[in-house]
Design a protein around this ligand. Structure first.
Ligand code: ADP
Ligand code: MG
Length: 447
């Protein structure tokens, strides 16, 4: 079991601890008390934590940590580092002026687990990632606003927060506000009720970087749209950067006021697509780097092949496997364990009904062959080779008899048998072919 050593980066240790605490505490308690903590120093016996001051928190946060959550945090530190570390909690009196140069979070809303370093870049997200980094390095430059859109669990919040974290680290003392359109609306309504509109306005209009998550939820709320329109203009005119995320394009967001659509489209629209096989595998590998378990490549491939929807589901699958390993008190993950852990999730995912017809279709698409070419009599190698691959895949994933496969490919049983035998040998010798087959199988299984 790999334990993090105290010489490992303090941020790694703290993120492993917070990951554990996140599972053990209620979401609200975690967000309120643990998320704002900034680890600032570590020795062999002690870890020093800073509770950002300001607003409601400050001394209350410190006492919550030194009393109510102390033993929970200490036991998590023990399991992460293998050492008994005591807590030294200080309260950041400066409340945001950040003299120490440590990353601080304005209002404690940024989570330091979201960084560019741990964001895996693939073909699916490279534009959004590059634009995010450009904005973090050089705010209010070319891309203002930056509008990141894509399906759920694909990394929008991660990138948004990475921008904030990066910017704060390089520009200590600047003001970053991360909020969601839900929170924006809710606080606006409160401000109106409590007659604190001016405060609300100041808080949103005096920041250097505004990160607004899930802007699609602003769309049904006229009052919030109106207020946000003015917030946007005030910041934009003051040369401040705005970054927005949504699950869809502005133009495809019903009930979003035209003037907001226009503004959201003024900068750069960057999409995030679901990750392909290679990216899924790379993400899985990066996620287990900080775990105490070792996984065989084969198990990573199994997960990457079967969980194709989004990164959140990939992480969920990994968590399940780790939880199963915990239950079975083992730190070697076997394929059997992985399959058992994922059985339930996989059965709830839409499963495609795989037939030889589906396989033929996908192989033809993959090799850019005209539809139906694999079942013609043609024997030229540009067709025979993919045909053999399709036969091999049919045999391996459908476990169909040679006779039945022969029928579907309009070949006799011994032709299929020979082809499968030949492919088996080739596959073991040729890593490139292995990759193609993995990708094909993923395509075949994808709905
Ligand atoms: P969204 O906001 O688009 O619904 P999130 O940003 O919350 O998605 O991402 C879901 C989870 O997947 C988060 O834990 C995030 O860290 C992780 N994640 C998403 N994309 C990547 C990536 N490219 N590399 C590493 N982790 C990722
Ligand atoms: Mg999100």
């Amino acid at each position: 079991m790999k334990k993090l050593k105290t010489k490992d980066n303090i941020n790694d240790i703290w993120s492993a601890v917070t990951a554990q605490l996140r599972d053990e505490m209620s979401g609200v308690a975690f967000d309120t008390w643990i998320m704002p903590i900034v680890p600032i120093g570590i020795t062999g016996t002690e870890i020093r934590l800073k509770v950002p001051g300001g607003l409601q928190k400050g001394s209350l946060g410190k006492s919550m940590i030194t009393t109510k959550y102390r033993s929970l945090i200490e036991s998590s530190l023990r399991s992460v580092t293998g050492k008994d570390l005591s807590l030294d909690v200080c309260f950041d009196e400066a409340g945001g002026s950040n003299q120490s140069g440590d990353p601080i979070t304005y209002e404690g809303m940024l989570n330091n687990k979201y960084t560019f370093e741990n964001f895996i870049v693939g073909n699916n997200n490279n534009l959004a990632q590059a634009a995010s980094l450009a904005v973090a390095e050089n705010p209010a430059g070319k891309y203002n606003p930056l509008f990141i859109y894509g399906g759920s669990g694909l990394g929008k919040t991660h990138l948004l927060q990475a921008i904030g974290n990066y910017y704060l680290t390089h520009n200590p003392g600047k003001k970053v506000l991360y909020t969601t359109s839900e929170k924006f609306t809710y606080e606006l309504v409160n401000a109106i009720r409590e007659k604190t509109n001016q405060e609300f306005r100041n808080r949103h209009r005096t920041v250097d970087l505004l990160l607004l998550d899930d802007v699609q939820f602003l769309s049904t709320k006229e009052l919030a749209q109106e207020e946000f329109y003015h917030t946007f203009n005030a910041l934009y005119e003051a040369g401040k950067q705005i970054v927005l995320t949504s699950d869809r394009l502005p133009s495809e967001t019903p009930h979003l006021a035209d003037r907001l659509k226009t503004r959201f489209q003024m900068g750069l629209l960057a999409d995030i697509q679901p990750p392909d096989y290679e990216t899924r595998l790379a993400i899985l590998k990066s996620k287990i780097e900080n775990e105490y378990f070792t996984f065989d490549e084969e198990i990573m491939e199994y997960v990457a092949n079967n969980i194709t929807s989004n990164v959140r589901d990939l992480e969920g699958a990994l968590k399940r496997i780790l939880a199963y390993a915990g239950i079975e008190r083992t730190n070697t993950i076997s394929m059997e364990l992985a399959q058992k852990a994922l059985k339930e999730i996989l059965s709830t995912l839409p499963q495609r009904n795989i037939t030889t017809a589906v396989i033929i279709d996908e192989v033809e698409k993959y090799y850019r062959l005209p539809k139906g070419s694999l079942i013609t009599k043609k024997r030229s190698s540009d067709i025979a080779y993919p045909r053999h691959i399709a036969m091999y895949i049919s045999r391996v994933i459908l476990d169909e008899s040679y006779a039945k496969i022969g029928e579907d490919f309009r070949r006799d049983h011994s032709t299929v048998m020979n082809a499968v035998k030949k492919m088996k040998k080739l596959v073991t010798e040729n890593p490139e072919l292995q990759d193609s087959i993995k990708e094909l199988v993923a395509n075949i299984k994808r709905d």
